[in-house]
Design a protein around this ligand. Structure first.
Ligand code: KG4
Ligand code: ZN
Length: 333
């Protein structure tokens, strides 16, 4: 049996990433160039600046990935690339690169949904993990509960009705003047605070559906901060962070538990940048009767290895892209 070598490209947001995988789940190299420092000055990702930096870095990142894996273009069997969801200009840099390569090397092009990539990060981290399972995908742009029926079949069973969980972390951190991205900072500062200090709202906790809403929580934290300022009360930043994080985690835990009950699966998986959150990991670990999986932190946030893994399975199922394949900024699962 011949090994399948996949070259994967990810440029959907502010990470320029390229990876080489063997047989879908083994990382030969995983190169990530992050633009975080460039966007920090603006408190968030600036789309035009992101596209330009992808363009400037993609060749270098790909060369590094090939070098680290000790392979050349002639060893590559297929090219996997993120085609959505994400910033259109950013996506186009990766997609155009992938199309050019696949055409010139005469090998298959496999378009990958970024969210399915986040889920697949878990296959790399856990060789024994197989579908079906329930998956909580929590990132800067997405908050979904997904019934992962097979490697290539997904059903959304819950979603956010407004903000994504990571977006809420980023906005609160920005208001507190902590920096960008907010998730890791709030995670760290929360360890010094009291999660029960302020009772922020936990939306839809008492409802049976598996949808989320984080905009009310965000407003409530902002109102709290404003009223402290008006009354000239000193703000206890660790307490605000810990209480906000506690509210998010309680809601995510409750809904994830509902997903396990409704699907009947015994396996719960978390994916996406917010899956790096220490409090979320601990809380989900307390759900009785389930086996919990999450990726190591470097595979939670955006990377190309996860895209290569999802692409490998999509390719086995016969999914193919072509020269007309376009970027889809609002691509759904
Ligand atoms: O998956 P990702 O890298 O990009 C998207 O596809 O959106 O996720 C980035 C998000 C950011 O909102 C960031 O603040 C959040 O993940 N994040 C965290 C943590 N690490 C990253 N949120 C909470 N706790 C963390 N430790
Ligand atoms: Zn992502």
């Amino acid at each position: 049996v011949n090994d399948v070598i996949t070259l994967a490209i990810e440029t959907s947001c502010d990470e320029t990433a390229c990876a080489i995988l063997k047989n879908g789940r083994e990382i030969l190299s995983n190169e990530v160039y992050t633009q975080i420092e460039i966007h920090q000055a603006f408190g968030g990702v600036v789309p035009e600046i992101a596209s330009r930096n992808h363009l400037e870095k993609i060749s270098e990142v790909m060369d590094k990935a090939l070098n680290d894996a000790a392979v050349t273009f002639s060893d590559i069997d297929e090219i996997a690339v993120t085609y959505g969801p994400g910033l259109v200009g950013a996506l186009l840099v990766g997609l155009s690169t992938a199309k050019g390569l696949a055409y010139s090397l005469d090998i298959p092009l496999i378009p990958v949904n970024h969210i399915e990539g986040h889920i697949a990060a878990n296959y790399i981290a856990h060789p024994e993990l197989e579908p079906p399972f329930a998956c909580l995908v929590v990132s800067g742009g997405h908050t979904h509960l997904v019934d992962v029926k097979s490697y290539t079949e997904f059903e959304i069973i819950g979603r956010t009705r407004d903000d994504a969980a990571g977006e809420a972390f980023d906005k609160i951190a920005r208001t507190l003047g902590l920096g960008y991205p907010g998730g890791p900072l709030i995670d760290r500062i929360s360890k010094e605070g009291n999660p029960l200090a302020i009772d922020f709202p936990k939306a839809m906790l008492d409802q049976e559906h598996m949808d989320f809403s984080f905009s009310g929580l965000k407003s409530s934290v902002l109102n709290y901060l404003n009223s402290c300022k008006m009354k000239q009360i000193e703000i206890n930043v660790p307490d605000v962070c810990a209480s906000f994080q506690h509210a998010v985690v309680q809601v995510l835990k409750h809904k994830a538990q509902q997903a396990v009950i409704s699907t009947g699966y015994e396996t719960l998986v978390i994916a996406g940048g917010v899956a790096a959150n220490s409090s979320l990991r601990a809380a989900l670990g307390e759900i009785p009767g389930i086996k919990l999986y999450y990726p190591p932190i470097h595979l939670c946030t955006d990377n190309a290895a996860m895209i290569g893994c999802a692409g490998y399975y999509a390719s086995r199922a016969g999914n193919r892209g072509h020269l007309e394949t376009n970027a889809v900024p609002n691509l759904k699962i």
